[in-house]
Design a protein around this ligand. Structure first.
Ligand code: OAD
Length: 233
């Protein structure tokens, strides 16, 4: 660990599971009772905008009932203490990393607490509902959608993420199944650039074999242990 200065951390739904936020790929293959294609594609929004808005309104409302767990808090502690470069890339659309205090953070799949106007292209913080198709505060039109990256759309911050991966010494993946690209490919990019790689997940992910080390267990226990050790070293 002596030679580690630049760190990139990728998190997925597993890091928020112990806060009570549902993961995507549960045993029934559904996400909170819906097929992904019915709520997480641009086509779904065209076919049934009411269903899609209602689904994300419910997820947004649920944020008020959950709070960061020990894994989010440990990563915020690492962010505050780590003197080298650090980038926390989350696939999660919840705000638990933000609320825990992480600052060097990007939401590559968007955020529940943000709305995007398809008429004027403005993005804005949004805490309320969208099912009622409210006016856009910028242009007055009624074309607001959740600011979430759906399947078939380009994830956010890719240039910044690729640049951080190119110079990182350590890449850590936490609580993600490794089923969705481009995030699932970050481990290979980091390895190709010479980084050490560590996975922390409840069970082996689809890409476990790509990591130098894979630790299995709950993020709320393993992440604080890993952070404490890293800062101690
Ligand atoms: P998944 O639901 O696919 O995977 C969550 C992973 O977390 C699984 O491998 C679980 O074993 C693991 N896990 C569950 N509880 C855990 C715990 N307490 N500690 C550690 N690990 C735990 O979620 P993601 O990999 O985040 O994209 O899904 C990636 C993307 O697919 C999402 O961002 C979303 C989705 O479709 C978009 O919406 C674009």
């Amino acid at each position: 660990m002596d030679n580690i200065r630049n760190i990139v951390i990728l998190t997925g739904a597993g890091v928020s599971a112990e806060s009570g936020v549902a993961t995507f790929r549960g045993p029934d293959g559904l996400w909170e009772g819906h097929r992904v294609e019915d709520v997480a594609t641009p086509g779904a929004f065209v076919t049934d905008p009411h269903l899609v808005q209602k689904f994300y309104d419910e997820r947004r409302a649920k944020l008020k009932t959950v709070k960061p767990n020990a894994a989010h808090e440990a990563l915020a502690w690492l962010d505050a203490e780590w003197k080298g470069e650090l980038l926390l890339v989350t696939q999660n659309v919840d705000d638990l990393h933000d609320r825990a205090g992480s600052r060097r953070l990007v939401h590559m799949h968007g955020e529940l607490n943000s709305a995007w106007c398809l008429a004027c292209d403005a993005r804005m913080p949004w805490a309320g509902t969208l099912l009622d198709f409210p006016d856009c505060p910028e242009c007055g039109q009624k074309y607001l959608r959740p600011d979430i990256v759906w399947f078939g759309e380009m994830p956010y911050y890719m240039e910044r993420i690729e640049a951080a991966l190119a110079v990182c010494d350590l890449f850590v993946s936490i609580g993600t199944s490794g089923a969705v690209y481009p995030a699932a490919g970050f481990v290979q990019t980091a390895r190709a650039c010479g980084a050490k790689t560590l996975e922390i997940n409840l069970d082996p992910s689809e890409g476990s074999h790509l990591f130098d080390e894979s630790r299995q267990g709950p993020a709320g226990t393993l992440v604080p242990e890993w952070v404490a050790r890293l800062l101690q070293d």
